[in-house]
Design a protein around this ligand. Structure first.
Ligand SMILES: *Cc1c(COP(=O)(O)O)cnc(C)c1O
Length: 494
């Protein structure tokens, strides 16, 4: 069955999957959503016997119905290959009774790789299908992980350029080093004097700037987005929930059909929305546990029905979740409003104007599948330390936010349902914060020496991505103020 896409703020007009991927964001500022969520109509028994790549095809082909089998299989083969350091691509590790779904085995050792290693292939395929002649310019705001993962995906892909904006003082030292050493003639990185929300708002403004769009079109460029608002990011993320479930069945950890909970450390709401879509497809998921750090807008939203970004932006040890506007939440809002563009538009106008909105009681009822909570900085560090001392397994700060929140959920509900925690980054990506939790005596060491200590303590190999930055030269030094972002783009695209 053909699945089409329409804007959460549109007039019901539809586009194909490939068109939605090319555009990223709809012209009206809305996000593309599937007109219906396809059913996962493959027996679990079959999925359990499949490789990651095969599961990816089964899931993605249900959503991206205008891609041919060859096209999609090619994209998948190009994405999920030896860039990943394990054939399983997304392995599960059981520790302390929960299953950590390790989504950090790709090129940049964070979960963004899961989608961003395939997006460039989906996009160039989509361009070909739609007769696009322009060079595609990926504009991206990053809180640290997206930027590097997007550049790694797009570097030297013909017909594309990529420009990444990150908050100058809002990413980890290793994240920054990873970005400024990025190779590839078509890659550009800019540190902005502002926080992630400033970067994201600036990028959205450029997308909506018709004049800038026209000016660049005259030069043979067109913008697209690699941010998690692109459905080409969202769909590949549905895959690993299905794969994880199939793996649990295969290994006899759960019975076929048994419900599981999923806990997701959340920022822009992309990853957990993918889990929600997996549930809508028919995957037996009970609760979707949404974990926030001290920027707990989503926790407050789930409790009160009021989304309110008017608050201080807190820099935490889980920077990829330091977000006050969770863009992908709009897709859920649209859905719980009964797929209503009008209701969604109104709420998003409130958000733009007042920085907040309130959903109706009827909409609140539709959120029963979700549980939201947050972890403080101390609770996050404690979660890392406790799991390490109990099991020897080391998790990163983002995953630790999820582990801490899952602990709170258990205490509140006594729910014994087996649970998968999305493990979104390698501990090596946030070495300093992780060591501060398990071995504070190494606090003063240079970060790359800390990496060696972590390797010894965790008894795991240092990932290739870290080894590479030890010696890589800095290739990007551009900085700008938030209001100079369009000028900076113009300068790159001369
Ligand atoms: C991006 C990111 C998150 C948040 O994911 P969303 O899809 O934005 O909710 C969590 N952890 C890490 C390590 C990330 O890079």
């Amino acid at each position: 069955m053909e699945v089409l896409y329409k804007s959460t703020r549109g007039n019901g007009e539809t586009v194909t999957a490939s068109q939605a991927i090319l555009k990223g964001l709809s012209d009206d500022g809305g996000l593309f959503v599937p007109t219906s969520i396809p059913a996962l109509d493959v027996p679990m028994e079959k999925l359990a016997a499949m490789s990651y790549q095969e599961v990816a095809y089964e899931v993605m082909s249900r959503f991206l119905t205008d891609f041919t089998e060859d096209e999609l299989k090619n994209c998948i083969a190009n994405a999920y290959d030896a860039k990943f350091d394990t054939e399983e691509i997304a392995p599960l590790t059981k520790a302390d009774g929960v299953y950590y779904l390790e989504l950090f085995h790709g090129a940049t050792i964070a979960f963004k790789d899961m989608a961003l290693s395939i997006l460039p292939h989906l996009m160039t395929t989509a361009a070909k299908k739609n007769g696009v002649k322009n060079e595609i310019v990926i504009l991206t705001a990053t809180s640290g992980d997206t930027g590097k993962a997007a550049m790694a995906g797009f570097a030297d892909v013909p017909g594309t350029r990529i420009i990444v904006f990150y908050p100058k003082n809002g990413v980890s030292p290793i994240q920054e080093k990873q970005m400024v050493t990025q190779k590839g003639k078509n890659t550009h990185v800019v540190a902005i004097h502002g926080n992630f929300d400033d970067a994201q708002t600036g990028v959205k403004k450029m997308f909506n700037d018709k004049e800038l769009g026209k000016e660049l079109a005259d030069k043979g460029f067109q913008f697209s987005s690699a941010n998690s608002i692109n459905i080409g990011r969202l769909v590949p993320q549905v895959v690993y929930y299905v794969y994880a479930y199939a793996n649990l069945v295969k290994n006899g950890e759960i019975a076929d059909g048994e419900k599981i909970n999923v806990t997701v450390p959340t920022g822009n709401f992309g990853n957990i929305l993918a889990a929600f879509y997996a549930k809508q497809m028919g995957l037996p998921i009970a609760k979707l546990i949404c974990a926030s750090n001290e920027n707990k807008v989503l926790f407050d939203f789930f409790r009160t029905g009021v989304y309110d970004r008017n608050r201080d932006f807190i820099l935490t040890t889980s920077p990829s979740m330091d977000i006050l506007i969770s863009s992908n939440l709009e897709r859920l809002i649209y859905r719980i409003a009964g797929n209503s563009e009008a209701a969604d538009r109104e709420l998003m106008q409130d958000l733009a104007k007042d920085g907040k909105y309130e959903i109706t009681d009827a909409m609140k009822k539709e959120l029963a599948d979700f549980y939201g909570n947050y972890a403080s900085e101390q609770e996050t560090a404690d979660a890392i330390a406790k799991l390490y001392s109990d099991t020897g397994y080391v998790i990163d700060t983002h995953t630790a936010v999820a582990a801490a929140v899952y602990g709170k959920y258990r205490e509140e509900t006594y729910d014994e349902t087996k649970t998968v925690i999305a493990s979104t980054a390698s501990p090596y990506k946030f070495t300093s914060s992780v060591l501060a939790a398990i071995a504070p005596e190494y606090d003063t060491l240079p970060v790359l020496e800390q990496v060696d200590k972590l390797s010894a303590l965790a008894n795991t190999e240092i990932p290739r991505a870290i080894e590479e930055i030890r010696t890589a030269p800095v290739l990007h030094t551009t900085e700008c103020d938030v209001d100079q972002m369009p000028e900076t783009v113009r300068a790159f695209l001369k």
